[in-house]
Design a protein. Structure first.
Length: 363
């Protein structure tokens, strides 16, 4: 870079939904963004482009990047290649679709938001399969996400696939996570919904829980730590929850400690693909209750620090677990030591090794 000064550009506004392409290529705003990428590559003399997240792009646009002279790395954090709804929450019912491949069901879900031609999703997924086959490397945020993409897109890959876990701001430091906070058996229990307060993150499940003022005879102090849907937040406040609101990146660990939170609820109704929030809860020493699916379930099962509830049991299942935990009838397995999640230094080193190997041609 000239003078080694960092250069930055905004690639232009993204639309509110998936682009409809008349001839299978990128739509107008994507073409402008791709031209900006090409110009940036030319200016800095880059030989490798990393697309950090596929949400907001069409597979056709990303595939066009794979056909250029540079190496292409695609880093995935959700299911945007499988569906324009990257969290796979079916509309209008607001539930996880279970990786639906039913054409009529998928078309009805997308039609709740967008007006799309009938073969749209089939073409989207064909383009995604081609992209995964053509990319020089694919990076996943978790082993869970990698295994699901292997099932959803079972075709060949031309380049390596790596799992590089993302670091959580504010969750680093020291030799490892603190001991899991013990849950007292007397007095009010402080229970917090942590994360974006939106339906796909479990806001509707938490709303059901707010109708309970106690659990197992113990008073409950409900808190929402995070921003989200204004109407749902107002309703949560009316039901008695304290609304902590948005928090700055890196501040959640401190807020969990200062609030003396006994239990954090991670209630995503879609299968989270890593969960930085889980990492931050561990860094604060706060045990979690989460649904038994996705990378959160895998991490809790392997490393402790929480308990899981079958997704199909919904709010009733969460309520039952809360009653057992808060009365001492069920113990939460302590986090089994080590760092709460990936460190920025380790993630950067893994990226650098991958990039160097790709440039050398021995990845």
């Amino acid at each position: 870079m000239p003078g080694r000064e960092p250069l930055r550009t905004r690639l232009g506004p993204r639309g509110t939904g998936p682009d409809v392409r008349a001839e299978g290529g990128p739509a107008g705003d994507e073409r402008a963004a791709l031209e900006a990428v090409a110009e940036a590559v030319r200016l800095v003399g880059a030989g490798l482009v990393n697309v950090e997240g596929a949400a907001g792009w069409s597979p056709a646009a990303l595939l066009s990047l794979a056909r250029r002279s540079w190496k292409l790395v695609v880093s995935l954090h959700d299911f945007a290649l499988f569906c324009p709804r990257p969290h796979l929450v079916e509309e209008p019912v607001a539930r996880f679709c279970g990786y639906s491949r039913d054409a009529e069901r998928c078309a009805a879900c997308l039609a709740a938001t967008w007006s799309l031609p009938a073969p749209f999703l089939e073409e989207w997924r064909r383009g995604s399969a081609e992209l995964l086959a053509a990319a020089d490397a694919v990076v996943y945020s978790s082993a869970f996400l990698r295994s699901r993409h292997a099932e959803l897109f079972p075709g060949p890959r031309s380049g390596p696939e790596r799992v590089i876990e993302p670091p959580a701001s504010g969750a680093e430091g020291g030799d490892g996570a603190p001991p899991t906070r013990p849950i007292g058996l007397e007095g009010p229990a402080r229970v917090a919904f942590v994360g974006a307060y939106r339906p796909h993150k479990g806001a509707l499940v938490f709303d059901e829980l707010l109708l309970r003022s106690e659990s197992g005879g113990r008073p409950l102090l409900w808190t929402v730590l995070g921003g989200g849907d204004p109407a749902l937040l107002r309703q949560a406040r009316r039901r008695g929850a304290r609304i902590g609101g948005y928090y700055r990146s890196g501040s959640l660990v401190r807020r969990l400690r200062e609030g003396e939170v006994d239990l954090a609820l991670l209630l995503s109704v879609w299968p989270e693909t890593y969960s930085l929030t889980l990492t931050e809860c561990r860094a604060a020493g706060v045990p979690v209750v989460a649904f038994d699916h996705g990378a959160i379930s895998d991490r809790i099962s392997a490393e402790g620090g929480g308990v899981t509830v079958p997704l199909e049991e919904g709010a009733r299942g969460v309520e039952a677990v809360l009653g057992e935990v808060l009365t001492g009838r069920r113990a939460i397995p302590a986090f089994r030591g080590g760092p709460p999640g990936a460190t920025a230094r380790a993630a950067a080193a893994e990226r650098e090794r991958l990039y160097r190997a790709l440039r050398r041609g021995d990845a």
